[in-house]
Design a protein around this ligand. Structure first.
Ligand SMILES: NC(=O)C1=CN([C@@H]2O[C@H](COP(=O)(O)OP(=O)(O)OC[C@H]3O[C@@H](n4cnc5c(N)ncnc54)[C@H](O)[C@@H]3O)[C@@H](O)[C@H]2O)C=CC1
Ligand SMILES: O=C(CO)COP(=O)(O)O
Length: 336
């Protein structure tokens, strides 16, 4: 029998544990707060992060890091905690254990993809990435979901596919690791902007424009970094963009709505109460696009609103009043 563990017991860690348990694996769900874990064990529910989802007996909530001695460990902490998390779990991992990152973001400062962060911290371990349109609230309730797994080698990706695929959790393999990771990380910026558009009552046309032109700039950055453009019309591109920009469950969309309605960022983050990855990712993607000379106008305006106090109305005007363009310009365009 395969032994699995999930590091991070928030909403996504709990949902991933429920898929693994549904696939028949005894799964340790490893959290850091003993009171939360104790409550989970007693109520068989993650009351704070995923209320209403029953945890079956083969999910074993714990704070005991020795339970990381598994065949596969799923990393389900926010992106800013991935490096520190990797250092923390390293002493407990088996040598041939597969590490599957599920966090969506870029490392602040270095702008590294999270598999690159993990490769630095856990250089000898096989690494994979799971991404795609998949809200915990639906996955935890066993609702039909399709995702994508990537790795730098086919065997690792297919092992993860075998491990976690169930009749309600369909897993595709895509070996374009760069594209899969960037699609999952960058869509959160566009979800924040789509939410802001809703919060400002700009309605549907603006949202559709943001999603479509957002995908264009995600693809532009991705291709410049070596991704296959086709990946961005797949589950970890268009698919994740659709779900995060439209779902009632999206944390990034909710945060964007509140920002668009004029609430300050600190208050918005407190009110959402779970990680809103798009905020940090906006900063990283903006810095990265400047560093390599790729035009990302929506990300640039999001950066100005989030970090420079720019007015969202002015941000929309800035996007609408840009110079005339052709819809399809060369994918790697170094204009400013
Ligand atoms: N919630 C969802 O539907 C999905 C989330 N994800 C990604 O999964 C990652 C985690 O997101 P959620 O579970 O939604 O966040 P969350 O806010 O629901 O839970 C985060 C969990 O990580 C823990 N945590 C925070 N900082 C930590 C640290 N320094 N060390 C160890 N644990 C720490 C928290 O205590 C909490 O248990 C994010 O990158 C998110 O983009 C991906 C797909 C779906
Ligand atoms: O990545 C996700 C769904 O695929 C989760 O998005 P949110 O963090 O916006 O809820």
């Amino acid at each position: 029998m395969v032994k699995t563990a999930v590091y991070g017991s928030g909403s996504w860690g709990t949902a991933i544990a429920s898929v693994l348990a549904g696939a028949g694996h005894h799964t340790y769900l490893i959290g850091r707060h003993s009171d939360e874990i104790e409550l989970m064990r007693r109520k068989r529910e993650n009351v704070h992060y995923l209320p209403g989802v029953f945890l079956p007996d083969n999910i074993l909530p714990t704070t005991d890091l020795t339970k990381l001695e598994a065949d596969a460990v799923f990393i389900c902490v926010p992106s800013h905690a991935v490096r520190e998390g990797a250092r923390r779990i390293k002493p407990y991992l088996k040598q041939d254990c597969i590490i599957v990152n599920t966090a969506k973001g870029l490392e602040e400062g270095t702008h590294l993809r999270l598999s690159e962060v993990l490769a630095e911290e856990l250089p000898l371990m096989p690494l994979a990435v799971l991404s795609g349109p998949s809200h915990a609230e639906e996955v935890g309730r066993n609702m039909p979901t399709a995702v994508v797994v990537s790795a730098s080698d086919k065997q690792t990706a297919e092992r993860v596919q075998d491990l976690i695929m169930t009749p309600m959790f369909r897993v595709y393999v895509n070996l374009d690791l760069v594209g899969v990771e960037l699609g999952g990380a960058l869509k959160n910026i566009i979800a924040l902007c789509s939410g802001a558009a809703e919060g400002m009552n700009t309605r549907d046309n603006a949202k559709a424009a943001l999603m479509t032109r957002g995908l264009a700039e995600i693809t532009r950055l991705g291709v410049a970094l070596g991704a296959d453009p086709l990946t961005f019309s797949g589950l970890s591109g268009l698919g994740d963009l659709i779900v995060t920009c439209t779902s009632q469950h999206s944390r990034n969309l909710r945060a964007g709505r509140a920002l668009g309605a004029g609430k300050p960022l600190d208050q918005v983050l407190k009110e959402v109460g779970m990680v809103v990855e798009g905020v940090r990712t906006t900063k990283s993607a903006y810095e990265l696009s400047r560093k390599i000379g790729i035009s990302m106008p929506i990300t640039e305006q999001a950066f100005k609103v989030l970090f420079e106090g720019a007015n969202p109305d002015k941000a929309i005007a800035n996007l609408m009043m840009r110079g005339k363009k052709h819809e399809y310009e060369p994918l790697v365009s170094f204009e400013s």
